[in-house]
Design a protein around this ligand. Sequence first.
Ligand code: ADP
Length: 433
Amino acid sequence: MKLGCIADDFTGATDLANNLVRAGMRVVQTIGVPDDAAAIDADAVVVALKSRTTPPEVAVAQSLAACRYLKFSGATQIYFKVCSTFDSTPRGNIGPVLEALMDELGCRFTIATPAFPDNGRTVFKGHLFVGDVLLSESGMRHHPLTPMTDANLVRVLQAQLATKPAPGAAPRRAGLVEHRTTGASAEAIRARFDVLQAEGVAIAIADAVDNADLLRLGAAVKDLLLVCAGSGLAIGLPANFGIAPSDRAASLPYAHGFCAIVSGSCSEATNAQVERFRASGGAAYRIDPLKLAEAQDAKLVDAVAHWAAAEWSTAPQRPVLVYSTAPPSAVAAAQAKAGAHETGSRLETVLGRIAEALVARGARRLVVAGGETSGACVQALGIRRLRIGTQIDPGVPWCHAETGRAGDGMHLALKSGNFGGVDFFERAFRVAT
Ligand code: ADP
């Protein structure tokens, strides 16, 4: 292993892994910190945590455990992957985790940049833009858990850094590598790092508005023990390890069987994808949250598995879709009846069990739509590791997973709600793996 990555959420981990594969690295994503010492054959390992919105001390403890595992496994550089909208609160968790990792690694200087121009996230003069608007004017200002009301990332990060550091140590300061430097050359960026360090800056937000900026930045961070970024910076790191883009990085072990989609995402993009799949004559089974009753879960799971098996027996190549995806009015109606949290977690459990039943009936290529839904399905299938393969759409690759439920393993694509083109569900199965 060359590069060790710690991601603060599940689909973000896959997004990062996808970018590393496209830049030529062979990548494995683990669900949490592996509890065995078995060596992983990969250039980079991404440990997927769920630490974005936990109390800071929990995020720090999990991230340190991941860091120690990655160092032990041979990583020479650590990549702390955060959200491309820098999701956090004044308590953290980006600042506290970054400081703990710096202490752990004896790292005196690092950078932080969520820039991901391919996805419309750019940083200029330290300010984060989402598409054409400042972060603080984007939908992120209303996020239920991490409302982002300040687009100035130097200020946002500084507010999260410890005001009372260890005895004898000065509080860490945040600074900025401006675009006139990131737009110039890797040498200019490294020279700027030196100046900032001499001025007492420990963590620099780095401007980047296009991929060329990220490539220069990637080259400049070659000797840093630790970097913090969204998934964008990943395009510039494999070259530091002598790795060039290659199709071989995305090759996956073979998996052969039926095709299925489980969708619990109610995002706009997923609604359109489900609608399109149904309109084009795809076999679809709707799960209605208003008709769910705990006692009948087993019957429902059985009925869905029967239905899928019958569909596959007449058309073995065609994917089946099982979905609870619904437009906002229907979601509101279900939530009004049983509560938002309760409805969500009931559906996640049922969809996880359905995924398991479909795999038991021979599904070996499974698309899951929805971040939380993906977590539930991966857990139900007992998956601990994913090898990352070919990209279907930006941020969504096919993966290979070993699971006792699927003999030699299976192919899985985990789609975060708003990702993917409108024909994602049909196209996914045409992408060679
Ligand atoms: P996304 O990535 O689009 O946010 P998630 O899977 O993370 O998707 O979240 C969707 C949430 O909505 C899940 O908790 C899921 O169980 C819940 N959900 C799915 N279908 C419905 C529905 N018809 N009514 C209410 N909640 C639903």
